[in-house]
Design a protein around this ligand. Sequence first.
Ligand code: PLP
Length: 391
Amino acid sequence: MDTAAAHRGWTSSPLRPPDKRSERPAPQWGGSFRVPRIREQIFDRHGGRERTSDVAPTGIIRGMTDTLSTQSIPQVELAFKPTPLHYFPRLREAWGGPHIWVKRDDLTGFGLSGNKVRKLEFHMAAAMESGCDTVITCGAYQSNHCRATALAGARFGLDVRLVLRTPDGNEPEASVANLRIDTLAGAKISYISEAQWPDRDEIMAADEAELAEQGHKSWVIPQGASDKLGMWGMSLGFREFVDQVPEVIGADVAAVCHTGSSGGTTSGFGWGADRTGFRNPIVALCISEPAQNLIDRVDRIWRAGVETFGGDMPQPDLQYVDDYLCGGYGKVNDELVETMVEATRLTGLLFDTTYTGKAMYGLKNEIRKGRFDPDDHIVFWHTGGGFGAVN
Ligand SMILES: Cc1ncc(COP(=O)(O)O)c(C=O)c1O
């Protein structure tokens, strides 16, 4: 019996294995790159959990189409999942509307946080599987997606090149929030102006070609990782949510509201809803552009998804609200800022004025307009972006 244990009245278990720590070789910091675990993800037509119709109605038609794809798609694990689903009663008390639950994708990680991490699990795996040593992507200079990509690249030992948009194409004077993290993570940054933004794909292709001449192979991720792979990651998030509802909420979910911008999230939720049989509205609160732009993007992403993952074009109840754009991406008004602050004071959660704060502003106003029944249970999907709150 060792003395410390005896002092507390404990006995050491005789079955305890001998401590082998001193025999282990010293760790080799900065050693060779290890290929991460890549998981093959297969949902076959009859796979997935058996569901019965006696569970509380949840807006889900059970046991029918519990399949998202028949393909296998490589994935690395970056996010803490499942993210929790929390109830925030003070929002209802203050806004007089439905019961509001929040799906906490702000908790997918700390630096590597937000909805983008779900998308990157598939992009990073694809990059490594195809032997790339570099990842190129683009966004606004405070892009959450670029920050998450910079950190994910660091995690796997991939070089990250970011094409960042500023109003005039010059480097911003203050390197704060996401931009600071990009730099900390070692991403190499080039700046383009708003006028050059429509050519972002060509600019990234030119970077890719230049790097190829130097012997590098690059994986190019489009804006917001909003393509079929990003959609796939978000659709699995939706499936995760559908699985949580009976146990956590135990009631019908009348609507799932989220921030809609480059289309990966909205298309993924729509895909996931269709494939799991969730029939209630999925509400995209547009924060950057008119609804039609998002509708067109979702359509394009789904078409690419159907080609790759199979099945029919999804037909979920997707609804788009673009009454709260406040003039476009990153633009704010006083009421939006007040709502963002109010939402933080009612929940203890962080919101930013570009994404989730603007969506909350939209949600509050939709509640005011009587869009939901006071007894409804609705979900606000928190997509992250907390660094924008301290920008
Ligand atoms: C915090 C946050 N929420 C929502 C979105 C919108 O997601 P999507 O681009 O998939 O529409 C973004 C996109 O950058 C984001 O950073």
